[in-house]
Ligand binder design. Structure first.
Ligand SMILES: NC(=O)c1ccc[n+]([C@@H]2O[C@H](COP(=O)([O-])OP(=O)(O)OC[C@H]3O[C@@H](n4cnc5c(N)ncnc54)[C@H](OP(=O)(O)O)[C@@H]3O)[C@@H](O)[C@H]2O)c1
Length: 279
């Protein structure tokens, strides 16, 4: 057993945000452990026997829960993991949470209750959902068919989120803080499509109803629990309540967040590497 507790454990360390956090910590020469089912040792949320081995020698944790902090059962699982982390000697937890999601705030409180030094990254929707997640296929097909109406979302660039995570993992000043993370502009899906098109990938936004969206997902073989999650997110999160921008990135890093046009320019490779696919 390692009693030094100097390892930084990055859960979801192969995912969109975790991978970026790992890269930054490694670039600084800090001791990092990647938490993933393919990690060494492997970590599996559903198998609690895998939790203690990844916590051995861990002093700080970047906690991104998979598949989503809003799914049923997430709060209890995150609470149990955070309790074990603190009992195992970890002092600091940086929790990736979701903005405007009551379930996510319950998970935040559960982690806070463990007594860990907690920094909450309460994030809006990621820009990278368009290039590294479920909206990639929409972009490649030429039509973003989503039930987002004309509600604006202040999409955040997860390069910024990863910078904030690393600051919180390595600097005591962020303990106890809740950072609401957004980009600098609120954009409708129509605006986002126009900026992606301007970066070289022609695409349009086609608003659909929640029911149409769910039916189209099922037609494409998307599992029921994912359909339910996306329906919940579009109904509860993209309803206008979370349309405003926040100062979280500036509060944490002392600089402005990156804008969507810069993201789209950097992501253009993801949209040109594959020929337009049909969904
Ligand atoms: N997307 C958004 O716009 C958004 C906005 C706000 C908050 N969030 C939150 O972001 C979190 C997801 O973070 P992300 O997008 O960076 O991750 P991601 O890209 O969805 O990747 C998932 C990560 O979790 C690991 N993983 C998957 N299933 C696992 C399991 N059963 N046990 C252990 N590890 C598992 C994966 O690695 P392996 O496959 O190698 O195991 C991978 O590293 C969610 O909690 C979500 O609520 C997302």
């Amino acid at each position: 057993m390692n009693t030094q507790h100097n390892t930084i454990l990055v859960l979801g360390g192969t995912g969109k945000t975790g991978r970026r956090v790992v890269e930054r910590l490694q670039a600084r020469g800090l001791p990092v452990r990647v938490g993933s089912r393919a990690g060494t040792p492997p970590f599996e949320w559903e198998d609690r026997a895998t939790w203690a081995p990844v916590l051995d020698g861990t002093g700080s944790v970047y906690l991104s829960y998979s598949p989503d902090i809003a799914v049923p059962g997430a709060v209890d699982t995150v609470r149990a993991f955070a309790e074990l982390a603190v009992r195992s000697g970890a002092r600091r937890i940086v929790l990736l949470s979701g903005r405007g999601e009551p379930e996510a705030e319950r998970a935040e409180q559960a982690v806070r209750d463990t007594g860990a030094e907690l920094t909450v990254l309460r994030s809006t929707w990621f820009m990278q959902n368009f290039s590294e997640d479920y909206m990639l296929e929409h972009v490649l097909s030429g039509e973003i068919r989503l039930p987002g109406g004309d509600v604006p979302t202040p999409f955040v660039d997860i390069e910024d989120l990863a910078d904030v995570a690393v600051a919180a993992l390595t600097d005591d000043r962020h303990a106890g803080r809740v950072y609401e993370l957004t980009g600098p502009q609120s954009l409708t899906f129509d605006d986002a499509a126009a900026l992606i098109a301007a970066a070289g990938r022609p695409v349009t936004y086609v608003p659909v109803t929640l029911e149409q969206h769910a039916a189209e997902l099922r037609e494409h073989g998307v599992p029921d629990e994912v359909v339910e999650l996306l329906t919940y997110l579009f109904a509860e999160v993209v309803d206008g309540r979370n349309a405003g921008t926040t100062d979280g990135v500036r509060e944490a890093l002392g600089r402005e967040p990156r804008d969507f046009a810069s993201y789209a320019a950097a992501a253009a490779g993801a949209w040109t590497a594959t020929p337009a696919a049909s969904r």
